[in-house]
Design a protein around this ligand. Structure first.
Ligand code: 1PZ
Length: 214
C-alpha cells in the first residue's frame, strides 16, 4: 500500500492498506499503521479544527513505529506477535499506569477503539441520503463507540468539532474515488475490511484480557 506520500490521495488506497494488513487471521502492523497514516492525512485535509484528533492518532502511530524500528522490532511484525512479546516480557501496565505507560498493547488499543467508530461512521455514510448530515452520523457513531472511553473534556471537544465537518457531498469529494456510486462501493468495501480487522484484534484482546488497559 502506498500511503507514505505526504498528502492525502484516495480513500481506496487507505482501504488497500487495511486489506493488506489481513494475513488472514493475523494483523500485519506495517500495513495497519500505513492505513492509519492515510486516515490521519484524510483528517488533516478536513482542516485545522480537527488537528487535535489527528495529532493524537499520529502520536500513537509513531509510538508503534518506534517499537518496530527498535531493538525488538522483529517482535512487532503482527499485532499477535506484539501482544505475545510484550505480555511474556511483562512490558505492559495491566491494572494501572506504571513503568510502561506507552506499551504497544495499550497504544494499539486506542487505535482499535477508534476503528469501531470508523466502522460505524462509514456504514452510516454509505447508507445515507443526499440530505443526511455528516455531523449527526459522526456524533451517533461516536456516542455508540469511542465516547464511552473518553473523559468529558475530550467528549466535549470531539462533539464540538463534529459540527464543523464538511457536508456529505464535500466529504465524498475529499475521498477522491469518483462519482457518488463509486464512493458508496468503496465505503462498502471499507466497512467489511475494517470490521474484519476490528474483529480479529478484538478476539485477541479478549483472549488476553486486555480490553481495559490503562
Ligand atoms: C472525520 C472526523 C474525525 C472524527 C474522529 C472521531 C473520533 C474523535 C476522537 C477525539 C479524541 C481526540 C483527542 C485524544 C484523545 C485521547 O485521550 C484518546 C485516548 O488516548 P490516551 O489519552 O489514553 O492516550 N485517544 C483516542 O481515543 C484515539 C483517537 C483517534 C481518533 C482517530 C479517528 C480516525 C479518523 C478517521 C478519519 C475518517
Amino acid at each position: 500500500c502506498v500511503h507514505s506520500a505526504a498528502v492525502y490521495r484516495r480513500s481506496s488506497e487507505v482501504v488497500d492498506c487495511f486489506k493488506m494488513s489481513l494475513s488472514p487471521n493475523q494483523i500485519i502492523l506495517e500495513h495497519y499503521l500505513t492505513g492509519w497514516r492515510g486516515l490521519i492525512k484524510f483528517i488533516d485535509s478536513l482542516g485545522k479544527l480537527f488537528g487535535f484528533i489527528s495529532s493524537d492518532a499520529l502520536k500513537k502511530v509513531e509510538i508503534l513505529v518506534r517499537f518496530r524500528n527498535g531493538d525488538n522490532g522483529s517482535e512487532y511484525t503482527t499485532v499477535q506477535s506484539m501482544v505475545q512479546f510484550e505480555l511474556q516480557n511483562e512490558l505492559v501496565d495491566v491494572n494501572k499506569t506504571g513503568i510502561y505507560p506507552e506499551s504497544g498493547c495499550r497504544t494499539l488499543l486506542r487505535l482499535h477503539r477508534a476503528l469501531k467508530w470508523l466502522e460505524l461512521f462509514l456504514d452510516r455514510l454509505r447508507t445515507s441520503t443526499e440530505d443526511s448530515k455528516t455531523s449527526v452520523m459522526c456524533t451517533e457513531a461516536y456516542n455508540a463507540s469511542l465516547a464511552q472511553h473518553h473523559p468529558w473534556l475530550v467528549k466535549k471537544a470531539a462533539l464540538g468539532a463534529f459540527r464543523f465537518l464538511p457536508q456529505r457531498s464535500e466529504f465524498f469529494k475529499i475521498m477522491n474515488v469518483g462519482p457518488p456510486e463509486k464512493v458508496v462501493a468503496v465505503l462498502g468495501e471499507a466497512v467489511v475490511l475494517i470490521s474484519e480487522v476490528y474483529r480479529i484484534t478484538e478476539e485477541l484482546y479478549v483472549k488476553h484480557n486486555l480490553l481495559d488497559l490503562p
